[in-house]
Design a protein around this ligand. Structure first.
Ligand SMILES: NC(=O)c1ccc[n+]([C@@H]2O[C@H](COP(=O)([O-])OP(=O)(O)OC[C@H]3O[C@@H](n4cnc5c(N)ncnc54)[C@H](OP(=O)(O)O)[C@@H]3O)[C@@H](O)[C@H]2O)c1
Length: 269
């Protein structure tokens, strides 16, 4: 199926590593022009040059999206290079450092930092790039949430609420953009195999005396997390959902939150 993404201009935040690389790669494979972003200049330009080597049109923009200046810089590099952005994927972010801290161990300063790099980073780029989409009568905003935003745990009081806020603001924005041709949706992944998840599995295995047996750790976690698809998700699973929402063919999906977690948070609500 042709996803009709050829020539569309996509900015994928947090595409210097992990899930964002997968999203940027699939959009580029589908013919989109892609802006790769991150804070780490070396990793960002490596991903951009790898993608450019496949023949894709790629722009690299480095900036800290937890600040107004960083977001303004990233948006202006993208706009100067491509003239506009049609698809904004707000993937940058994640939990605070040491995400295994219990509820009261996470200081309020970390709550703020987590909201800045997840919720506010998305808000900044929405303000900078969505008015152009609206003017042109076509656009896609896709937020990367998390299962943690839907099923609160007894840890991470910063991260789950930040991701829940992203779902809420996306649905509201989809209504604010009613009839404009711009859709706004969220993809909320469960466990996705990235370097960060691998580190978590390593420390989980070590903490239970299982040495470096990350397969045993994954199996143990999968048993307890309610998934009905018995595997850890892959970056390509998230990229596929994003490409579907980004496609012009996806225009009838608006204000949705895709639970991309092998059935882990399945619910009729
Ligand atoms: N992996 C999972 O199991 C999982 C599950 C559910 C949701 N998610 C969500 O999926 C997204 C990607 O996660 P990942 O696992 O791929 O993590 P990752 O490998 O750590 O990648 C995070 C990306 O976000 C960028 N980033 C972080 N803070 C930033 C900031 N202040 N300004 C600009 N860029 C920033 C990083 O850039 P630099 O490294 O260049 O600084 C990096 O490119 C996150 O929003 C995460 O919460 C992940």
């Amino acid at each position: 199926m042709d996803l009709q993404l050829k020539g569309k201009r996509a900015l994928v935040t947090g595409s210097s590593s992990g899930i964002g690389v997968g999203i940027a790669t699939l959009l580029a494979e589908e013919g989109a022009q892609v802006v790769v972003t991150g804070r780490n200049a070396e990793r960002t330009s490596k991903v951009a040059s790898d993608l450019a080597a496949t023949g894709a049109t790629v722009v690299s923009a480095v900036g800290d999206l937890a600040t107004d200046e960083g977001a303004e810089h990233v948006a202006s590099v993208a706009l100067n290079a491509l003239g506009g952005i049609d698809i904004l994927v707000n993937n940058a972010g994640g939990a605070s450092e040491g995400d295994q801290k219990s509820w009261f161990q996470v200081p309020l300063s970390e709550w703020l930092a987590t909201f800045e790099k997840n919720v506010m980073a998305a808000g900044r780029l929405i303000h900078l790039l969505v008015p152009g989409m609206k003017e042109r009568g076509w656009g896609r905003v896709i937020q990367i949430g998390s299962g943690a935003g839907m099923i609160p745990t007894s840890a991470q009081p910063d991260y789950g609420p930040a991701k829940a806020a992203m779902v809420n603001l996306s649905m509201g924005l989809s209504k604010a953009l009613s009839g404009t041709g711009v859709t706004v949706n969220t993809v909320s992944p469960g466990m996705i195999m990235t370097e960060g998840l691998m580190e978590f599995l390593q420390s989980f295995a070590a903490g239970r005396g299982w040495g470096d047996d990350t397969d045993r750790a994954a199996e143990y976690i999968l048993k307890g997390c309610g998934q009905t698809v018995n595997r850890i998700g892959q970056v390509s699973d998230v990229a596929f959902a994003v490409a579907m929402l980004a496609s012009p063919r996806g225009e009838f999906m608006n204000g949705v939150n895709i639970h991309l977690d092998g059935g882990g948070t399945a619910s009729i609500y």
